[in-house]
Each structure stands twice: as structure tokens, then as C-alpha cells.
Design a protein around this ligand. Sequence first.
Ligand code: GRF
Length: 192
Amino acid sequence: MKLAIFASGNGSNFQALVTNLREKKLAVTFDWLFCDQPEAYVLQRAEELGVPASQFSPKDFANKVAYEQEILRQLRERKIDLVILAGYMRIVGPTLLTAFENKIVNIHPSLLPNFPGLHGIRDAYEAGVATTGVTVHLIDAGVDTGPIIRQEKVEIEPTDTLEILEQKIHAVEHRIYPEIVEEMIKNGGYLK
Ligand code: GRF
């Protein structure tokens, strides 16, 4: 099975997925890291991990459809089976959604449907809730919507700073995302 990972920034989930799943010696290869941001640290991680990477963004194209058509062309050329979003900060449009129906997974740092959007950790922290968490879900046309695969809670202790909460959330992400992707790989790219 061939995987592509899409990311826009730091890439800690990308690294956790690649290192964890490579150790497990599954029938899977990481065939593409696609990044829409030229300065993203994830590009350096991809080079260090030997994952082929490309970087381009919608502004390099006439419109979003043309941008996604180029992504799709490359996904097909590389014979990608499953797309893993790991901090990809864009809405996936109909061009990719239709071609990869139920084959694009996302991770979000809150207990959806609470705190969707770009700042899931901070929004939960500032709202003063006692519990937040991590959600892994298939994507659809909405913002952080789509069928939920798994959620895990993270308690916010009164003494937690935002930075501590971020570390707690990321630790959960780095553990559960490889687990879920492993299950999907073993199941031929589908959910059970
Ligand atoms: C993660 O918190 C993920 O849930 C969200 O974006 C963040 C990406 O972090 N979608 P990283 O780039 O994997 O370090």
C-alpha cells in the first residue's frame, strides 16, 4: 500500500507516522509528502526521512480546481492508495474528495464537533473546558467534519499552561494516528 501525507507546517505527526509505521514493517511505503508552504519544517523532515516531497500552493495555479488537479495527477502517477492529512491547513475541495472518497483521513486537536478550525487547542484552553482531546476522522466537504474514526480525551488540569496542553495533545496524536493508519493499512486502506 502506498501512502501520501499532506502537511503545511511543523510535521511532527508526519514524522511520528513514518518512523512508527516503518518500524512495524508493514506492507506500506511512504511515497509522497505534499506540502503547500515553502518554508515548512516538514520539508526538512521529509528529506531526512527519505520521503519524496513536493511543494506548491494554489497561488501557483489559475484557481483551486487547477491546483487540486495537479495534486490528483501526482497522486495517480504515484499510485497512492490513502491520503493522510497531518496539519494540512486547507479545505480539501471536490476535485480530491471525489477521486479519493473515504480515502482521506485527518487528525484534529480537539473533541469534534467542539472547537473545529485552525486553533483547536487554544480555543479549548481559552474556553476553560475541563476536557478536550484528539479526533481522527475521514474528511468530507466541511471544516473538520466527516465520519469520526476515533476520539481520545485529554484532561485540562487547572495548572496546565497552553504549552503544556499542546504537548499533551501532540503526545496523544503521535500515539493514536499511527495506530489508526496501521489498522487501515491492515484492512486494505478501509475502515473496519
Ligand atoms: C496537529 O495538532 C494536528 O492535529 C493539526 O495540526 C497540527 C499539526 O502538527 N491538524 P504537526 O505539523 O504534525 O506538528
